[in-house]
Design a binder for this molecule. Structure first.
Ligand code: PFF
Length: 447
């Protein structure tokens, strides 16, 4: 397809991929998964997972995408392995599954941007969250968030996604850094740094079986792996671009933003509560909203400004991730069936909106969708992709990885070896440990 779009600039791709990676996973989930999984011990395993498993795996997806120059489903036919289309299909399914409830949380964030401006949640953050997180409010803001996502995707790669993320990603970095400095100046922040940054290895060893699968799945979610997003985005990359260089930049930036978010959220919590609060405000889906909002509320007028800025940043980070999920299915039907991009984006956005109304109606549904994604869909999807790249593509993958690079004759074989052995085994272990605890899933609400 000679008329297929590509990224206008190298930075365009990196920013779009970082835009996809950096989102609610970093700012909403990461600090709180950290706080409910032992603090620094979790951070430690997460860092290992991001660099030793996430980086090799993201390069695997890039290899497939750029080789095929096609959407995540047809990519496998293009590179002469039609039987493996199942990987693309599962990725697409996983991405749509996640987007349906991701958009609900995106809607909460939008609500909190407005709530910060008016100080609406200051009086009683817990009650406020309870009233806006489910029901009519949640559905309405979920609708607006999904419509914004579809609107950007409708404009296409260069005019929509590339232009939007060029503005979004640098602003996210700048504003989060500013807030981290602000949090640093607060009395009582130092306790948070201890909790967040110095790992308790005894705790880690005792809880390895829980912490490891969580941390690995968190790295997949955060790096947008196993959802076709990185295959799709890398299908628009030119051959003179170095995949290892781009991949490392993306993993470093994504990890940095997660750590930075922790440096904002955890000190705010410690200043407010003197520790990480237990229960609903400590770890559930309302964690960020209730706890951080309480901290902002205590700051009075200044809290309105800090809160507004904070939730606005979270909103743009969430949007730039959501568009990458919707782009997976949109690019598929545009490439394959010649659908009009706008019709496809709004059509699928509409369907996912309907699915997401379940999560918007009851946070138990949200938890259920999220648990299945973490414990099952993400690890299976990444496992298949890693197996395919390592053992089926093998030398072809190496050839593609080396394009556009200077000399990576040591790195490339080491990468393939990692993918074939360590990464594969670690993802398999994550899947088995996750499935093994699926029975702990939150009970499903009845209709
Ligand atoms: N990586 C995003 C985040 O951390 O919020 C979420 C996400 C976006 C997951 C795109 C998957 C994806 F394809």
């Amino acid at each position: 397809m000679s008329d297929r779009e590509t990224w206008a600039t190298r930075v365009g791709f990196i920013l779009a991929a970082v835009g996809s990676a950096v989102g609610l996973g970093n700012i909403w989930q990461f600090p709180f998964k950290t706080s409910t999984n032992g603090g620094a011990a979790f951070v430690f395993v997460y860092l290992l997972a991001a660099f030793l498993i996430g980086l090799p795996a993201i390069l695997g997806e890039f290899v497939v995408g750029r080789r095929a120059k096609r959407n995540a489903i047809e990519a496998f036919e293009r590179i002469d392995h039609p039987a493996w289309t199942v990987i693309g299909a599962l990725g697409l399914f996983t991405g749509m599954w996640i987007l349906s409830y991701y958009s609900v949380v995106g809607g909460w964030v939008l609500r909190y941007v407005l709530g910060s401006a008016t100080g609406a949640y200051f009086g009683n953050p817990g009650d406020y969250f309870a009233s806006v997180s489910v029901g009519a409010d949640a559905v309405a803001f979920h609708a607006v968030f999904m419509a914004l996502t579809a609107g950007i995707v409708a404009f296409g790669i260069e005019d929509g996604i590339e232009k939007a993320t060029k503005v979004m990603v640098p602003s996210v970095l700048a504003i989060l850094a500013g807030l981290a400095v602000y949090a640093f100046t607060l009395d009582g922040a130092s306790a948070a740094y201890g909790y967040y940054l110095s790992p308790d290895f005894g705790y880690l060893l005792d809880n390895l079986g829980n912490i490891v699968p969580f941390a690995v799945s968190q790295a997949f979610f955060s790096l947008s792996l196993g959802m076709g997003a990185m295959i799709t985005y890398s299908s628009y990359i030119d051959e003179d671009q170095s995949l290892p260089a781009d991949g490392s930049t993306i993993v470093v930036l994504n990890t940095f933003v997660g750590l930075l978010a922790g440096l904002v959220v955890l000190p705010l919590l410690f200043v407010q509560f003197g520790s990480v609060p237990e229960g609903a405000s400590g770890g559930g889906p309302g964690a960020l909203f209730v706890s951080v909002a309480t901290a902002f509320g205590n700051l009075g007028m200044a809290g309105r400004v800090v809160g507004l800025v904070f939730f606005f940043v979270v909103l743009i980070a969430a949007l730039s991730s959501a568009i990458s999920l919707l782009e997976v299915v949109t690019s598929y039907v545009v490439d394959k069936y010649g659908y009009d991009r706008k019709v496809a984006a709004f059509g699928f956005g509409g369907v996912l909106f309907l699915v997401g109304t379940l999560a918007a109606g009851d946070t138990a549904w949200l938890g259920w969708f999220d648990t299945i994604a973490y414990k099952f869909l993400l690890p299976v999807s990444v496992l298949l992709a890693v197996y395919f790249v390592g053992w089926v593509l093998g030398p072809v993958a190496l050839d593609e990885l080396e394009k556009g690079t200077d000399d990576i004759s040591t790195f490339a074989p080491a990468w393939l070896w990692m993918i074939r052995t360590f990464v594969l085994a670690a993802v398999l272990a994550t899947l088995l440990l996750g499935v093994n605890t699926l029975y702990e899933m939150p009970a499903l609400p009845s209709f």
